[in-house]
Write a protein that binds this ligand. Structure first.
Ligand code: FMN
Length: 238
C-alpha cells in the first residue's frame, strides 16, 4: 500500500509494529476519552473558504518565538520514538527540516541532543521533564550547548499517567534505559529512577523562576494533555 494520508500510515504502522509498542504509541490515558475529544475537537474546526482571490502566491508561514516556520504545525515531543523506528528523533528532525517546521525533542529521546541537532539545520526545542534539580540543570545546559532555541517544560505529568493498554500489556514506558543523554551518567540516571512520579514531580510555579535563572533560553510551559481536558487551567496562572 502506498500511503496517501496520515491515516494510511497509521494503518501500516499498526500492521508492522509489535503489539505492545503500537499500543504505547497509539494509546491514551485511562478510558482514552481525551483521544476521542481531541479528534472531535480537531474535526469540528472548519476553515473559511475565500473564493475568487488570487492564490498564485500562497504563504502559510508564521513565526513562533521569533522563528519562522513554513506552516503552523510543529512536531510535538514524544518519548520512545525508537518504538516506531530505530532512527527515531533523528528521522523526525530531518523530516521537520524538510517541511520547514520546528521539532520539540523529548527528554526521553533515544538519540542524544547533539546527535539530533547534527541531523538538522532546522529549529529545535528541548522538552523537559523536571524530575530532579541536578538532572534538570544537566539537561538544560546540554540543550543550550547543542544549539536548542527554547526549553519546553511539561507541567502536566505529575501524578503519573495511567495508560491502561500499557498496564494490560505489562509494558513499562517509564523505564529510562532508552534515554540517550543519561547513558553515560549513572549517577543522574539513578536519581531519575528513584523519583516517585506517581506522587510528585517537584514542580511548582516557584521552580519556574529557578529554571529561568539557570537558562538564558525562552521557557514554554506545556501541558501533556490539552485544553479540552482542562479548560479551567488553560492559559491561567494559579
Ligand atoms: C506516544 C506518545 C508519547 C508522548 N511523550 C511525551 C513526552 O515525552 N513529553 C511530553 O511533553 N509529551 C509527550 N506526549 C504528549 C504530546 O506531546 C502531546 O501533548 C499530546 O499527544 C496531545 O497532542 P495530540 O492531541 O496531538 O496527540 C506524548 C504523546 C504520545 C502519544
Amino acid at each position: 500500500m502506498n500511503p496517501v494520508s496520515l491515516y494510511d500510515m497509521e494503518k501500516m504502522a499498526k500492521q508492522i509494529m509489535p503489539h505492545d509498542l503500537w499500543d504505547y504509541v497509539a494509546g491514551g490515558a485511562t478510558d482514552e476519552i481525551t483521544i476521542r475529544r481531541n479528534r472531535e475537537a480537531f474535526d469540528s474546526i472548519m476553515t473559511r473558504p475565500r473564493f475568487l482571490v488570487d492564490v498564485s502566491n500562497l504563504d502559510t508561514s508564521t513565526t513562533i518565538l521569533g522563528t519562522r516556520i513554513s506552516f503552523p504545525v510543529m512536531a510535538a515531543p514524544t518519548g520512545s520514538q525508537w518504538a516506531a523506528h530505530p532512527d527515531a528523533e533523528v528521522a523526525v528532525a530531518k523530516a521537520t527540516q524538510t517541511v520547514g517546521t520546528l521539532m520539540a525533542v523529548p527528554t526521553g529521546a533515544s538519540h542524544t541532543l547533539e546527535e539530533i541537532a547534527a541531523a538538522t539545520s532546522g529549529p529545535l526545542w528541548f522538552q523537559l521533564y523536571h524530575l530532579d534539580d541536578e538532572v534538570t540543570e544537566f539537561h538544560v545546559k546540554k540543550a543550550k550547548d547543542a544549539g536548542y532555541s527554547a526549553i519546553c517544560l511539561t507541567a502536566g505529568s505529575a501524578g503519573g499517567i495511567a495508560k491502561e493498554r500499557d498496564i494490560r500489556n505489562n509494558y513499562n514506558p517509564s523505564a529510562t534505559e532508552a534515554w540517550a543523554d543519561l547513558k553515560n551518567e549513572p549517577h543522574l540516571r539513578a536519581k531519575v529512577e528513584s523519583v516517585d512520579r506517581t506522587v510528585n514531580s517537584g514542580l511548582t510555579w516557584s521552580r519556574l523562576e529557578w529554571l529561568r535563572s539557570i537558562t538564558g533560553l525562552p521557557l514554554i510551559v506545556k501541558e501533556i494533555l490539552t485544553a479540552e481536558d482542562r479548560p479551567s487551567l488553560c492559559g491561567t496562572r494559579r
